[in-house]
Design a protein around this ligand. Structure first.
Ligand code: PRP
Length: 178
């Protein structure tokens, strides 16, 4: 049961250093685009937690963040196709500039759902920021305004991403052994 999780990793796709550099670049871009504007980040639980924590620490400007809880993979490797709302947002986003933060954009179902959900609170705008952008045909027509890495259709874990709720704490992104 308590074996080293590294043994389950086939290969490292994105190292800690590559992620660190990319997050810094993303902070610089977002910082410059939102200059003089209010910024509210809404992070999608649970996969986004490590990314959000690193991202927000890069900013010196004021910002707010909150979480929305949604899930559709039920711990597995394939989207169930149904997005479940587990936790609503708890701050007022009316008239605000919302940046949705997530670890990965895959089928688009999660971020499509989140965008639709947030629209009813009448924010000024909603933009999307993901660390990893999978290059696949989306099930839902949604794209990221900011993304760190484009990757092919491989199943990845680490840096927030899980398989059966494990591996989220790995500081890098890897491909799981079969
Ligand atoms: C994962 C991930 C994204 C979503 C991306 O969440 O964190 O939110 O899937 O996939 P999609 O574009 O196909 O919707 P998951 O449902 O596994 O929940 P989790 O964040 O709690 O792991």
């Amino acid at each position: 049961m308590y074996n080293d999780v590294e043994k389950d990793i086939e290969s490292v796709l994105l190292t800690q250093e590559q992620i660190r550099q990319k997050v810094s670049e993303m902070v610089r871009r977002i910082d410059s685009d939102y200059r003089g504007k209010e910024l509210v980040m809404i992070a999608v639980l649970k996969g986004s937690v490590l990314f959000l924590a690193d991202l927000v620490r890069g900013f010196k400007r004021p910002l707010e963040f909150d979480f929305i809880g949604v899930s559709s993979y039920e711990g597995g490797k394939v989207s169930t196709g149904v997005v479940r709302l587990d936790k609503e947002i708890a701050i007022d986003i009316k008239g605000k500039n919302v940046l949705v933060v997530d670890d990965i954009l895959d089928t688009g179902r999660t971020l499509g759902f989140v965008k639709h959900y947030l629209q009813k609170f009448e924010p000024n705008e909603i933009k999307i920021c993901v660390l990893v952008n999978k290059e696949i045909k989306r099930a839902i027509d949604v794209e990221a305004d900011y993304w760190g890495f484009k990757i092919p259709n491989v199943f990845i874990v680490g840096y927030g991403m899980d398989f059966e709720n494990h591996y989220r704490h790995l500081p890098y992104i890897g491909i799981l052994k079969r």
